[in-house]
Design a protein around this ligand. Structure first.
Ligand SMILES: [Zn+2]
Length: 464
């Protein structure tokens, strides 16, 4: 049985309870903090309205019931990453509860709760120093708004957990509330073999690592059960290098944190009007989008689903489909681009910084005009995405234009020669410049389809 607690960073300008920037202009540690996010005596937190709106969007998109009255609590613990000695979070009443995400098999994974909380500071372990020497604290992160999404232990395999996370990040990307660039998804993963105690793997970063950590943990626990040994309730850490988990500490329970009401913040009450307005503002989500793309662009339902699987892909598709045909855009996005991303072991959105959309539009236009074939399109796209090469230059340098047949080239050359008797006479008199002039004319006449070398050869032959 697998349950996940997922943390994602909301894409707001300021922190959750103060006006410090979430993306400070300088990387200088401890430059983006104030008395509120440091917890100085007398400082009063104020809830970021945008963060609340975003949290409501997420809760509604995950089919949650919205709790119209809610408040914040203090989760008390001592650790250098939390200068206040407590974290402001939601415990008793979260913003949303009882939601679900449906997997492709039709199985519903229930979402227990969706709540807002502040991120602790970042602890920077200096490498190259003795591990016991010291560790630095950067409070720039402290107070960054996070949303926590907690599932019921409904997933039965690491693969199901992965699919859940794929669906979740897809929904978040459509909502446009998640800061993909600055924060990856982090999850605490709970896993147990039915009838036994559970272990929690803390703070696993990224979807792939979650799947790997769960695979290791499932194997480990099943092996223990097989040997008749007991599984202890504990917190474990994931080792990315060895793809294994190791024990960190005996598991504390939520009650151990001694939650108390955060008296510096008011209790909140949402009006029905506000909830309805947020509900209406929800964008077209993937299943609606897949249907629309199939209908509007006449692509297959399967391709429409692949493309709608990521907001980034579908935006890219629509942009290319406007510039060339839907058929070419679909071939490029779901055929060429997705397989390059797979090969590079990256999510499509992670490839975004490598794409020059206007250069790719030129490439697709060549394909559309039948001046290059599929192979040339793919090779140029690979060179562009993996090496940053301008695809048009790549096509030119590697002579990947479809060549006009030599019969056609010959006709073009004859036409050019008979229209330019003076240049022909000059050439015959030994003027090299007129050769280049005639080659240029013939190239233009062939609309770039013919090879310059071939044209030169034919001209030389005919003017001997
Ligand atoms: Zn602050």
């Amino acid at each position: 049985m697998i349950g996940l607690e997922c943390h994602v960073q909301l894409d707001t300008y300021s922190k959750l309870f103060c006006s410090c920037p979430t993306k400070p202009e300088t990387e200088e540690p401890n430059s983006a903090c104030c008395e509120i996010c440091l917890g100085m005596p007398g400082s009063k937190p104020v809830l970021n309205k945008k963060a609340l709106d975003y949290a409501l969007k997420v809760a509604l998109a995950l089919n949650c019931k919205i709790n119209e009255k809610f408040f914040f609590s203090r989760k008390t613990y001592f650790y250098p990453d939390m200068s206040k000695n407590f974290q402001i979070t939601q415990y008793e009443i979260p913003i949303g509860s009882q939601g679900f995400i449906e997997l492709s098999s039709g199985k519903k994974i229930c979402i227990r709760r969706v709540h807002l909380e502040e991120d602790p500071a970042a602890l920077v372990h200096e490498s190259g120093l003795l591990s016991s020497s010291y560790c630095l604290v950067n409070y720039n992160r402290s107070g960054i708004p996070l949303i926590e999404i907690v599932t019921e232990p409904d997933m039965a395999s690491p693969q199901e957990a992965r699919e859940f996370l794929d669906q979740l990040t897809m929904i978040l990307s459509y909502l446009d509330v998640f800061d993909f660039e600055n924060g990856t998804l982090k999850a605490d993963c709970n896993l147990s073999v039915v009838g036994n105690e559970r272990a929690e793997i803390k703070n696993v970063t990224g979807k792939r690592n979650v799947e790997k950590a769960l695979e290791f943990e499932a194997k480990r626990q099943l092996e223990l059960v097989k040997q008749g040994k007991q599984i202890v309730r504990e917190t474990r850490g994931f080792d990315e290098k060895n793809l294994s988990t190791k024990s960190l500490r005996k598991k504390e329970t939520e009650e151990d944190y001694g939650y108390i009401f955060e008296g510096d913040l008011v209790a909140f009450e949402l009006t029905k009007k506000k909830i309805d307005a947020i509900r209406k503002s929800l964008p077209e989500l993937h299943s609606d989008k897949a249907k629309r793309l199939a209908k509007e662009f006449g692509i297959s339902e399967y391709d429409a689903k692949v493309i709608s699987g990521s907001k980034f892909l579908s935006d890219l598709f629509e942009e290319f489909a406007k510039a060339s045909s839907a058929k070419t855009a679909n071939f490029f996005v779901s055929g060429v681009f997705v397989s390059i991303a797979h090969y590079e072991n990256k999510e499509p959105e992670e490839m975004a910084p490598r794409l020059n959309v206007s250069q790719l539009k030129e490439l697709l236009a060549l394909f559309e005009q039948n001046r290059i074939n599929e192979k040339a399109l793919k090779e140029a796209a690979i060179a562009h995405i993996t090496k940053g090469k301008n695809p048009l230059d790549f096509i030119k340098e590697n002579c990947l234009f479809k060549e006009a047949s030599s019969g056609e080239v010959e006709k073009i050359v004859e036409k050019v020669l008979s229209a330019n008797p003076k240049a022909v006479a000059d050439l015959k008199a030994g003027n090299e410049k007129s050769l280049n002039f005639l080659v240029g004319l013939a190239m233009r006449e062939s609309k770039g389809k013919a090879e310059p070398r071939e044209i030169k050869r034919i001209i030389e032959e005919k003017t001997k």
